[in-house]
Design a protein around this ligand. Structure first.
Ligand SMILES: *[C@@H]1O[C@H](CO)[C@@H](O)[C@H](O)[C@H]1NC(C)=O
Length: 232
């Protein structure tokens, strides 16, 4: 653990100084966090994989894209605690959780979000809309997963966009260089339906700071859950 942390901080120092010298404001600032192996947070009861879109239609369909190098299809850092909070509120039969299966590689992050992941997420949203005409669709993503949310949402028709009732994104790389009043859009989803969590000092969404603040968005799961529940 100690050597991982040391390696991480050394890597971040060098990346941060390289970024300060060489990278224009509008470019993705740093080759993420995921350039080194991050220790997984193990939450015993929570699964890193959710595939309920293949099951029965439920009142809410929650489609989540995990961050770079996370395991399964919802990862460990944000997806499972948020899904657990939503299940606690809606009942396990009230929500169908579905992760986006994609490679979640560093390369995908550097490309602005894995192109195949964007296609897969778009397909999942369209499938939910088509096969479950009454379900309310919530889309969510962490880190590279937030890039997927932006780019998948941009591909939706107006009719499917209207089925999206809430969006929650965490540590969004596309926020770098923006201000709170000019947050990047999530397709044509109205801004009032979007909650974007970005910690001060999270270099991935602010362009300044380090890695530590990018790794604890689990602490925002209750607020994100409350935001989503308020829009159902
Ligand atoms: C789905 O929503 C309806 C209307 O709010 C509610 O009556 C029903 O109990 C919900 N179903 C489940 C399984 O939570």
């Amino acid at each position: 653990m100690k050597s991982t942390a040391l390696f991480a901080s050394l890597l971040w120092v060098s990346l941060a100084s390289a970024a300060a010298v060489a990278v224009p404001m509008s470019a993705p600032v740093v080759p993420a966090i995921a350039a080194f192996p991050v220790p997984e947070i193990t939450a015993a009861a929570d699964s890193d994989t959710e595939n309920q879109l293949s099951g029965p239609c439920r009142n809410v369909t929650f489609i989540f894209a995990r961050g770079t190098n996370e395991d399964g299809n919802v990862g460990a850092r944000v997806g499972p605690p948020l899904i657990a909070d939503l299940r606690a509120a809606l009942g396990t039969d009230g929500i169908a959780a579905q992760g986006v299966d994609y490679d979640a590689s560093v390369l995908g992050y550097l490309e602005g979000g894995s192109p195949s992941g964007i296609t897969t997420m778009t397909g999942l949203i369209n499938t939910a809309a088509k096969q479950c005409p009454d379900t309310k669709i919530v889309i969510s993503g962490y880190s590279q997963g937030a890039q997927l949310v932006h780019k998948a949402a941009a591909k939706l028709t107006a009719a499917v966009t209207a089925r999206v009732v809430a969006v929650a994104i965490f540590g969004d790389p596309e926020r770098v260089g923006t201000t709170a009043s000019t947050l990047p859009p999530v397709g044509k989803v109205p801004a009032a339906l979007v909650d974007s969590f970005c910690h001060v000092g999270d270099i991935i969404c602010t362009g300044e700071g380090g890695a530590t603040e990018h790794l604890d968005y689990d602490e925002n799961a209750p607020a994100a859950s409350a935001f989503i529940l308020g829009l159902l």
